[in-house]
Design a protein around this ligand. Structure first.
Ligand SMILES: Cc1cc2nc3c(=O)[nH]c(=O)nc-3n(C[C@H](O)[C@H](O)[C@H](O)COP(=O)(O)OP(=O)(O)OC[C@H]3O[C@@H](n4cnc5c(N)ncnc54)[C@H](O)[C@@H]3O)c2cc1C
Length: 507
């Protein structure tokens, strides 16, 4: 490790790694510091019973030729190396309910999206078309979504439009409302808060094209690091940043737990802003900014099941399920009681290189409030720093696993007989592996009632400190990639960077 770099990046999540490549490509010397023993943050995979599981990437959108993520990934040089499987064109997501045998598809392609749902809602052609048009129009107000470098003048009306209100306004059909909003776990939807633009930016790219990563999302990390190395960048594991150094009021270094001090000219924090502000020092920011960030509401956390199937027992499904106990719970499932939990969940399959008729595994995710695990909040357990959280925690996990599986059996009868082993993660796992406050899934809650309150600029008041990652702009693979372009645009010039991306991609 050198004593000094042009750019020091704290955290090797997608935002940190994409930023590192963009800047290394510009000739900056770059160093990425990661606390874990695996790079990638939410892109990390893990293995149970010889089976690979994803933590935070179950499917990705916009990867067809000339679509937005394709172009961004092409620019950073990872597109051609990705091993992807296209999901069912007529149903990449299925929305379903306990008391309804019908399954409602979300299809790829706008015309196809309308066509597939018309089968179940024959009188709703107008609403379905209006819905697609609205999503496209909403995404178009975010220039970088379309690799456009026109000046960002966010339209206050777009930011303040509420997702549920909009969806409810286009149809009186309660079931269709639930079906259109059914994948809102993608952004942990909250009825009276989630803005329509968050819904549109999350859903629209899958409607364009939806893909799974063969053998998991960590291939993205491997490709990113390979690219970074090509441009001379460096990455270091087991380097938890615990503080920053200042000289003459200028930020000069990142200090790690092991006592390493890494000097730099520019610092990019890929970790949560709440934490970054505390590591930098409260006194270094305006009180109002510090308080606003510390007061931001975090997105809920999750409890996940990772099922390893016995060989040749459970058919591979090339789509995800968003399943609810009832269609009235689509916006409510995170308010489940101890007894009613889980009221809704997402089920996704890992796709293995063998591409078998049968699945090796399945991941099921539902929301869980951090309070459920608050009594163990003082424990910390990762592969880099292993601790046993104790018997009571194990019993808690077993009980929740059983409760969750009982719900899953209703949708997939006989699934229990196919299970070889089942593993679980709690909000503590997300907190410890990613470092987000209370194990939040996607950063901070965006609120249509007060859109600017949650806006955090990539450029901070400290001249050489920048933010990137899912708490800035948008979460998700696409959102975070675009966010990294915003962050680097602050450093190298936005117009310059977008023009360069466009000209390289269109070569
Ligand atoms: C359960 C789940 C499912 C998801 N599914 C999808 C999906 O299907 N499709 C999709 O597009 N998106 C999905 N996402 C969202 C997507 O994975 C994330 O938005 C994205 O990966 C976040 O990237 P990031 O740059 O914010 O970094 P993060 O993933 O937040 O990583 C931050 C990194 O910083 C490191 N770090 C933290 N503190 C320190 C420190 N003090 N010093 C050094 N390093 C530190 C962490 O260890 C971590 O590696 C999902 C997320 C979750 C949680």
């Amino acid at each position: 490790m050198k004593k000094k770099y042009d750019v020091v990046i704290v955290g090797s999540g997608l935002g940190g790694l994409v930023s590192s490549i963009i800047l290394a490509k510009e000739g900056y010397s770059v160093c990425v510091l990661e606390k874990n023993n695996q790079f990638g943050g939410n892109l990390q995979t893990f293995v149970r019973d010889k089976t690979i599981f994803d933590t935070g990437v179950h499917y990705i959108g916009g990867l067809d030729k000339e679509q937005n993520l394709y172009s961004y990934f092409k620019y950073i040089g990872i597109m051609d190396g990705l091993r992807l499987k296209r999901m069912d064109e007529d149903a990449y997501d299925i929305i379903s309910f306990d008391n309804d045998e019908q399954e409602y598809p979300h299809a790829q392609g706008y015309d196809n999206f309308v066509k597939q749902l018309l089968k179940y809602f024959p009188d709703e052609e107008e609403s379905l078309k209006a819905y697609c048009q609205k999503l496209i129009a909403t995404c178009d107000t975010f220039p970088l979504y379309n690799l456009n470098n026109s000046d960002v003048k966010y339209d206050p009306e777009v930011l303040a439009q509420n997702a549920k209100e909009y969806i409810d306004s286009i149809t009186q059909n309660e079931k269709l409302r639930a079906v259109l909003a059914g994948s809102n776990f993608l952004y942990a939807g909250i009825a009276d808060k989630s803005p329509l633009y968050v819904h549109a930016l999350s859903v629209n790219s899958y409607m364009q094209s939806a893909w799974r990563c063969i053998n998991g999302g960590s291939q993205i990390t491997k490709l990113l690091i390979k690219q970074l190395k090509k441009y001379g960048g460096e990455t270091y594991k087991y380097k938890e940043v615990t503080g920053f150094g200042f000289e003459d009021n200028k930020l000069v270094s990142a200090k790690t737990k092991g006592g390493t001090e890494v000097f730099g000219d520019i610092f990019i924090s890929n970790i949560e802003p709440k934490t970054t502000l505390n590591l930098i020092g409260k006194d270094k920011f305006r009180k109002s900014f510090y308080n606003r960030v510390q007061g931001l509401e975090c997105v809920v956390s999750a409890f996940s099941l990772y099922i390893v199937f016995k060989p040749n027992t459970f058919k591979y499904l090339n789509h995800n399920y968003y399943h609810f106990k009832d269609s009235s719970l689509v916006w409510q499932s995170m308010h489940a009681t101890q007894e009613s939990w889980p009221e809704g969940y997402m089920a996704s399959m890992n796709v293995s290189a063998k591409q078998d008729e049968y699945a090796e595994s399945m991941t099921l995710i539902t929301t869980m409030d951090f309070n459920e695990v608050a009594q163990w909040q003082h424990t910390y357990n990762t592969a880099a720093e292993e601790t046993d959280r104790g018997e009571a925690y194990k019993r808690f996990k077993d009980q929740k696993t059983e409760q969750f599986l009982k719900e899953v059996e209703k949708k997939f009868p006989g699934i229990r007989d196919c299970i070889k082993s089942v593993h679980a993660s709690t909000p503590l796992s997300y907190r410890d592996y990613i470092g987000g406050h209370n194990g939040n899934l996607y950063g901070y809650v965006k609120d249509s009632n007060n859109p600017m309150k949650t806006f955090i600029s990539a450029k901070t008041k400290i001249d050489n400190l920048y933010f990137t990652g899912q708490s800035i702009n948008m979460h998700g693979v696409l959102g975070v990639t675009i966010g990294a372009v915003v962050t680097c645009g602050e450093i190298v010039g936005k117009d310059y960077l977008i023009n360069k991306i466009n000209s390289e991609v269109n070569l």
